[in-house]
Design a protein around this ligand. Structure first.
Ligand code: ANZ
Length: 952
């Protein structure tokens, strides 16, 4: 009996939309529950089966909570600005607005096909001016605020200006990057441009020359989290360090709160660790080392002040401003050459590369303020400009890198830590006692750190500080497809915020997206850049993370044009109760959105300090990747492919490994996947450029339509390399959910994805097993329908056994949803269906709750069955079944009663009946008396809850 999934799905998708089944309002007496998916970037390739994994899980929870009495906000939208659409535009000339809209429509249809219970009326797109008006507005709020480190909150810059007017920097407690101090008179004497420059060191959104990750190929600056291993995350292009005038966000002002508040979140320890490492808090001190013979001093940051007696030289970052100042004339040339070379390496490379030691002597000496000894000052790229102070005291005896550097350049090494009591300890481990260190000798490290800090502070040599690895976030992008930064410059270059009435500051239409050097394509629109009255517009746009830093708030009230979301809506929905998404956003999106949320909290605009209370990271659905070996050089003028087994006998460097379409391979996914002659032909049909290629395996050679066998072999057996890995277009292994849904139905797809395993684990997609789930759904359907598809639900009273199965299943499913264990829920449904089938259950009293129980997992067939049951309204708006605990306790037990080991009758006893009671009663039973037939009873054996045997 076939179930017509296609028409069931079509009917209910339309009906749900028509009846607004999943629409919600904040004007509702029920408790709220907010379930959020990380909204997708609508790429050109559409969704593959890996994407919905998290969406299915969040949809199950949403549906469950909705049926269980909550007002559930479950929205969806699109992260629609970004590089790929623009890259695509550069290649094809298709405007990003058009390709993005096409992609969004495709995504929406794919999502609709899977039956998600989104309130589609709340859909947001970050590229919609009605949305990005508020992204721009929040940016301007950041621009208008600074961070008060005493009150630990953001405050208006106007207050800071008043303070400068009255007292200069005196008494100001602010997160800032301003070097030095000034008094009120100095402030008042400054030009507007000078004042603007000062304020930029305080604003939470500010413009400053900073060293950035410049990606020439993409024509834009990238944030640290967009750079992986020295190349751009998108595209893998080289990234270099470059000083540029850039907008940044002072996220560092929130470092401590971002770290501390992690404690109260229900996130995995792994995610919290990633965030806390990215924030990278270090306690230590800044110490001044005067430069000999000059009116300058080098400020270092150290976490190990106790080792100061072992500081035998100093190292400045090559970009450190003091390098040029203190370098002696004879060292100038060498130092400058080194600086240029260092600029070509990314920060990541500089941190990662421990093998290659490089550096240059500046010719200058500094004085160790504690020992009074002169020590040489070097410049080397293992010291980073924007960590700490960009300068270190090098302690080669106790720091691995300093040690390697000292040995390489033959610099003195003084051992200051005696680790003889810890034979297993390594250099840098904080164990042992101080030696060669004057007043610190004999102290343990923690004690020595404290003693040095006190000494440094009382002598005025330095101060205790806390450093964070977290960097301010570069906000400017020199690209077209992003939110314009709503800033105007006057003739002096002073930055002015646009007025809220002027927002949205719309992105103008443009048809040439080619990046142009270090400014965005918008700079090529003179009439747009000119804002009148001598004002010019900022031409950089915002980064990809701008819209996603607050989109979850817009869903609460997506229609307002006067506020980013109405206070009533925010007061009701508050925060996200459950957020499901991938771990790849651990330090980007999840850090920025926490920061924006805290800022909005400081402004009294949101009621909670954190946006996402509970976070679940779904694993990845992996695919099989099939690789062919191809010679890098052409062989006799032909491209040549070689069997994986033959390739193994040759040096690896000869080959390029090419991922191929998995479906042309036979036995694909098993270790023995191979191309038959027919498969080679399919491969060529897919890639006509290989029409001329030679394919060689041990059985023979295929070339231009002919297989020439060796030893009379029947056909090609060209082995491929099979690997389980990412699913995606570039591996030719993406499975489109639409095709699976068309064949098996959306409910089967949903349950199958859940059945693959625990939600947080990665697992390979394997269509072979989907049949099992499909059969289960048919069996479930057949509880309600006969083999001839006749409706067979009856009004029969359910038996105790049926009730027990039902209530046991309700209990287990509820508990497992609460634990986010969806794969086990699917097995409970399978078990219950099998058991009920065996009992021939047809009773409405069992099947009605069962339909409601499965509804969150299989929304379509449950809705169809609910209608057939005559239920009113949508099944998804009914109550989720509750279990009756009393039905789960086995109250009576039916014992088989045997006479001399042969079963003769049955008898019911209460579960707590004692063997003595049972013996007494059972012997008196008429049926038993009949079998005893006057013989002597020798023994009565009662096995509790199992059986009774009477020996006569
Ligand atoms: C002396 C010393 C002795 C250090 C010792 C370490 C061990 P974390 O813990 O990661 O914060 N450092 C400071 N600024 C640096 C920069 N801009 N680039 C590279 N290294 C820098 O590391 C702090 C330590 O890293 C500091 O403490 C400093 O070296 C180095 F046995 O000072 B230490």
């Amino acid at each position: 009996m076939q179930i017509d999934y296609a028409s069931i799905e079509k009917k209910w998708k339309e009906r749900w939309e028509q009846d607004g089944v999943y629409r919600v309002s904040h004007d509702d007496p029920r408790p709220k529950y907010y379930v959020l998916d990380m909204f997708p970037y609508p790429s050109g390739s559409g969704l593959h089966v890996g994407h919905p994994l998290g969406y299915i899980a969040s949809d199950i929870v949403s549906r469950y909570k909705r049926m269980d009495g909550y007002n559930v906000l479950h929205p969806m939208g699109y992260d629609a600005f970004g590089l790929p659409a623009e890259q695509y535009a550069v290649q094809t000339g298709i405007h990003p607005a058009i390709s993005t809209e096409d992609n969004i429509n495709r995504y929406r249809n794919q999502l609709l096909n899977l039956g998600f219970s989104y309130d589609w009326s709340r859909e947001v797109k970050t590229c919609d001016p009605r949305f990005y008006k508020w992204t721009q507005w929040i940016f301007l709020q950041l621009f208008h605020h600074y961070y008060d480190t005493e009150r630990n909150t953001a405050r208006p810059v106007a207050e800071l200006i008043a303070s400068f007017e009255a007292n200069g920097t005196h008494g100001v407690h602010a997160a800032h990057s301003y070097e030095g101090t000034f008094d009120a008179t100095t402030w008042q004497a400054m030009t507007p441009k000078e004042q603007d420059d000062v304020l930029m060191n305080y604003r939470l959104a500010y413009r400053k020359i900073s060293y950035v990750n410049w990606c020439e190929a993409l024509g834009t600056v990238l944030a640290n989290d967009e750079v992986k291993d020295g190349v751009s995350e998108r595209g893998g292009y080289p990234v270099e360090r470059k000083a540029m005038l850039q907008w940044s966000l002072r996220i560092t002002a929130y470092a401590e709160r971002l770290l501390r508040d992690l404690d109260d979140l229900e996130w995995t320890d792994a995610m919290k660790t990633i965030q806390s490492n990215w924030i990278g808090r270090s306690e230590g001190a800044e110490v001044e080392f005067p430069v000999r013979g000059r009116d300058a001093s080098i400020r270092v940051f150290t976490t190990r002040p106790d080792t100061i007696f072992g500081a035998t030289f100093m190292v400045l970052a090559p970009e450190h401003p003091l390098v040029a100042e203190i370098t002696t004339p004879d060292q100038q040339l060498e130092v400058r050459a080194y600086q240029e070379q260092a600029a070509l390496r990314s920060e990541r490379e500089r941190i990662a590369d421990v093998k290659e030691i490089s550096g240059v002597f500046t010719g200058a000496f500094a004085v160790n303020p504690v020992t009074g000894r002169s020590i040489p000052v070097w410049a080397a790229d293992y010291v980073l400009m924007d960590y700490g102070t960009g300068a270190i005291m090098a302690v080669p005896g106790d720091d691995t890198r300093d040690g390697a550097f000292a040995r390489h350049f033959d610099l003195p090494i003084v051992e200051v830590i005696d680790r003889s009591a810890f034979p297993d300890a390594e250099v840098g481990d904080k164990v042992g006692t101080l030696q060669n260190s004057d007043f610190l000798n004999g102290m343990e490290i923690p004690e020595a750190i404290e003693a040095t800090l006190r000494h440094i502070e009382t002598q005025g040599l330095g101060v205790r500080t806390v450093q964070y690895k977290l960097r301010d976030a570069i906000y400017s992008r020199q690209r077209y497809w992003g939110e314009p930064i709503p800033i105007l410059y006057d003739q002096d270059g002073v930055a002015h915020a646009m007025d809220v009435q002027e927002l949205p500051h719309e992105l103008p239409m443009l048809d040439d997206f080619q990046p142009s050097g270090t400014s965005s394509p918008l700079a090529r629109l003179p009439e747009w850049v000119d804002a009148g009255n001598g004002m010019t517009r900022e031409t950089d746009t915002m980064p990809g993370y701008a819209g996603s830093s607050w989109y979850f708030l817009r869903y609460m009230d997506p229609y307002s044009d006067d506020v980013f979301a109405s206070p009533e809506a925010i007061a009701y929905w508050k925060d996200v109760d459950l957020y499901i998404g991938g771990t790849e956003h651990a330090v980007g999106h999840l850090m920025y959105s926490r920061f924006w949320h805290k800022f909005l909290y400081d402004k009294g605009l949101v009621p909670t300090v954190e946006p996402f209370r509970k976070l679940i990271n779904q694993g990845m659905i992996q695919g099989v990747i099939e690789y062919l070996y191809m010679y890098k050089e052409k062989v006799d003028g032909y491209t040549k492919f070689l069997c994986a087994r033959l390739a193994a006998q040759h040096p690896e460097e000869l080959f390029a490994r090419i991922p191929i379409l998995v479906t042309v391979v036979e036995n694909y996914g098993t270790p023995d996947s191979y191309l038959s002659t027919r498969s080679i032909e399919q491969l060529i049909a897919w890639r006509p450029e290989y029409e001329d290629a030679i394919f060689e395996c041990s059985k023979g050679v295929y070339h231009r339509g002919t297989f020439t066998p060796r030893d009379g072999a029947a056909g090609s057996h060209l082995y491929t390399d099979s690997e389980v890995g990412k699913m995606g277009k570039r591996y030719h292994n993406a499975v489109n959910p639409d095709t699976v849904v068309a064949e098996y139905g959306a409910d089967c797809f949903r349950m199958y994805e859940m059945f693959l395993g625990p939600i947080d684990q990665s697992k390979p997609w394997d269509t072979n097993n989907i049949d099992g789930v499909s059969r289960f759904i048919r069996r479930f359907w057949n509880l309600f329908h006969s083999d001839q598809d006749a409706w067979q639900v009856t009004e029969n009273e359910p038996s105790g056994e049926e009730l027990k199965i039902l209530h046991g299943t309700i209990k287990r499913v509820r508990e497992d949803i609460e634990r986010y264990s969806f794969n086990t829920c699917v097995s409970h449904f399978m078990t219950a269906t099998n058991e009920l089938k065996k009992l021939g259950t047809t009773s409405r009293a069992i099947l009605d709750p069962l339909v409601r129980l499965i509804a969150p997992f299989a929304p379509f067939i449950s809705e169809a069955l609910w209608e057939q049951l005559g239920g009113s309204g949508s099944v998804h708006l009914t109550d989720y079944p509750k279990f009756d605990a009393s039905l789960l306790i086995e109250s009576t037990i039916t014992y088989p009663v045997c006479i001399n080991g042969k079963k003769r009758t049955e008898a019911d006893f209460t579960a707590d009946a004692s063997p003595a009671d049972i013996e007494q009663v059972v012997l008196a039973l008429e049926a038993v008396q009949k079998w005893i037939d006057g013989k002597t009873v020798r023994k009565v054996i009662v096995v509790p809850k199992r059986m009774i045997n009477i020996v006569v």
